[in-house]
Write a new protein. Structure first.
Length: 479
């Protein structure tokens, strides 16, 4: 089977997270400035002309800063030098810390860490979303507010492409790569022996961990402990025998790899949790941060087991919304429907979690691709509405998330999930200057209008990579 096969093909084959703002400096381009001012001679009768101080760095002022740092949740201004945040606080504090910086007035708008799509296939499966090139897919991600993405199926061919894009200066966001050991029944083996966990391949390409498939994603095929409602003698498909999976997981764990296992049905969760628990052997999961991808159907006891083992729940915020094409209710009987898409239950139980889109597979059960933007994703998570003409069923409505839950799931949690919390995910001094500016405050916008909130500026490493038309004043070009 061709390793470059798209996941949509896989799913089909199994039937299957400031108007008017101006630059204080009054110089639109802000590309070059004169040398530092000289000190006029005290003996001169006529003062000697001096040049303006050389601009050093950038200050974003008059902002509603959502830092995502629980210890200092808000601020008014941010200073940046090079690719790094150097100061966060009141405008007076920040301007004092960066006296020669270029000043940008954010106009009171919301500024927050760049969004992190912790599970997607934006570049590798770009054609499924209609993108004709990697560059087009990257531009769409940036326009949606994403500054980091995790490509969750990266074989050698795709890794080579990402590295080449970065070397050519065309990879304008950060990418973590997860290397697959299987794809359905097809086993690739440990082909990545020459790579190390968390290895930096190039400035914006990094190895995240290993991807595994325990069972299919499509609800009509997921591996359940009891038969599917519409097929009394059928429990779904599974790709590993218990001993085989346990041995592989233990071997990869011992080699230091983080595992991210695609897991749908409750029986598949038992299989994966057994393997993870055996590998951890009583140790804390914080050192590996093994993940379960999708967590589609989980029982109460499994939620508690994930909490106790500190297994990361990696779920897709647009899945299991209202959808006229959904088949889950024909597959799973009413007694088991509360097991489906339990995002809120997982959080409230204390399971560590991270959220994402799975773009271009944002809509699990329909042959359509939503926009993949961060705010549109948040809107579905908060309302559970994919199709505006359908009201959520009780099992969907019960799992709605709040904006205050979604924001950290799509920022700092994404950094934690890839062991990068020391360099991104919050707006703090010393972190990377990966930032976005929104034209509305998600915390105060009505839930049914969250998807209308626009990304006005996306910055990666102190460089503006996306600027909404008409908002050039928010998008400085700093030498």
């Amino acid at each position: 089977m061709d390793r470059s096969v798209s996941r949509r093909q896989f799913l089909r084959g199994i039937s299957v997270v400031a108007a008017g703002a101006v630059l204080d400096a009054c110089t639109p381009a802000l590309a070059t400035f004169g040398p530092k001012a000289s000190v006029a001679s005290q003996a001169s009768v006529v003062p000697r002309p001096t040049s303006s101080p050389k601009k050093e760095g950038l200050v974003l002022r008059n902002a509603t800063v959502l830092t995502m740092d629980p210890t200092h949740p808000g601020a008014d201004a941010v200073a940046i030098s090079g690719d790094t945040i150097t100061a966060v606080g009141s405008e007076a504090e920040v301007r004092a810390a960066a006296p020669n910086a270029t000043i940008v007035d954010v106009g009171g708008r919301v500024l927050l860490p760049g969004f992190n799509d912790a599970h997607c296939h934006r570049i590798g499966d770009r054609r499924e979303a209609g993108y004709d090139s990697a560059e087009t897919a990257i531009e769409a991600a940036l326009a949606g507010g994403w500054t980091s993405i995790t490509e969750m199926f990266v074989n050698q061919e795709r890794l080579d492409e990402l590295r080449a894009l970065d070397e050519a200066g065309r990879l304008r966001l950060r990418v973590n790569c997860y290397l697959p050991v299987n794809y359905l029944e097809q086993k690739f083996g440990v082909w990545f022996g020459d790579y190390r966990p968390h290895q930096v391949i190039s400035p914006r390409v990094r190895i995240g961990g290993v991807k595994m498939f325990a069972d299919p994603a499509w609800t009509t095929e997921m591996y359940m402990t009891s038969p599917h409602m519409d097929r009394p003698d059928y429990r779904g498909e599974v790709f590993w025998k218990p001993d085989e999976l346990t041995e592989l997981v233990r071997s990869l764990h011992d080699d230091g790899w983080q595992l991210a296992t695609h897991t749908a049905g409750d029986a598949a969760h038992d299989l994966v949790l057994d393997a993870y628990e055996a590998a951890l052997a009583g140790a804390d999961n914080a050192g590996h941060r093994h993940r379960i991808e999708h967590v589609m159907a989980v029982r109460d006891d499994q939620v508690l087991r994930m909490r106790d083992l500190a297994i990361l729940a990696s779920f897709q915020l647009t899945w299991f919304g209202t959808d006229p094409n959904s088949r889950v209710e024909t597959t799973i009987d009413p007694e088991r429907m509360p097991w489906i898409g339990r995002w809120r239950d997982l959080l409230e139980a204390g399971v560590p979690a991270v959220a994402s889109t799975d773009h271009p597979y944002d809509d699990l059960e329909a042959n359509r691709v939503p926009s993949g933007g961060a705010m549109q994703t948040m809107a579905v998570a908060v309302t559970r509405i994919l199709d505006p003409g359908i009201e959520p069923a009780a099992w969907q409505a019960d799992q709605r998330l709040s904006v205050e839950q979604v924001l950290p799931l799509t920022t700092r949690a994404g950094a934690y999930a890839t062991f990068e919390e020391d360099r991104k995910g919050t707006v703090e001094p010393g972190k990377l200057a990966d930032l976005v500016v929104l034209d509305g405050d998600p915390r105060s916008v009505a839930a049914d209008h969250l998807g209308d909130v626009r990304v006005l500026m996306t910055m990666v490493g102190g460089h503006v990579e996306y600027c909404a038309p008409g908002f050039d004043a928010l998008c400085p070009v700093v030498a």
